[in-house]
Design a protein around this ligand. Structure first.
Ligand SMILES: [Zn+2]
Length: 121
């Protein structure tokens, strides 16, 4: 797989952002909530003891946590209008990144940048 690089600083520290990715995560949170509900429901009919109470409160805790993350990812997904990339190095957001296939090529670009900087001014 080709790595996407930042067009501004040529860093490979780039994260991909898409609506599908966020909605997929919120669906994952929903699955955790459902699982916690099943666990809590199963424990409700069991004899009440310390373990059962910890189990019920634990699943309530995890389901509310998942609900928060689920809503967060849905909002992020709605706000993410189109797929883009975000550079972790210079915080630049861009739609089309540099695709560098070989490490040699990357070195060449870095070398030419250094050359430009050295000869410029
Ligand atoms: Zn960058």
């Amino acid at each position: 797989m080709n790595r996407i690089h930042c067009p501004k600083c040529k860093s490979g520290n780039v994260t991909h952002r898409s609506r599908q990715k966020y909605l997929f995560r919120s669906a994952g949170c929903l699955a955790i909530i459902l699982l916690c509900c099943l666990v809590a429901d199963g424990l409700r009919n069991a004899n009440v003891d310390g373990v059962v109470i910890i189990g019920i409160f634990g699943s309530l805790f995890f389901s509310s946590l998942s609900l928060m993350f689920g809503i967060y990812y849905v909002v992020k997904g709605i706000r993410q209008k189109q797929t883009n990339y975000h550079c972790g190095n210079c915080k630049n957001a861009f739609q089309t990144g540099l695709i560098l296939q070989h490490l040699d090529e990357e070195d060449d670009i870095l070398r030419s940048i250094r050359k430009q900087r050295g000869s410029g001014q």
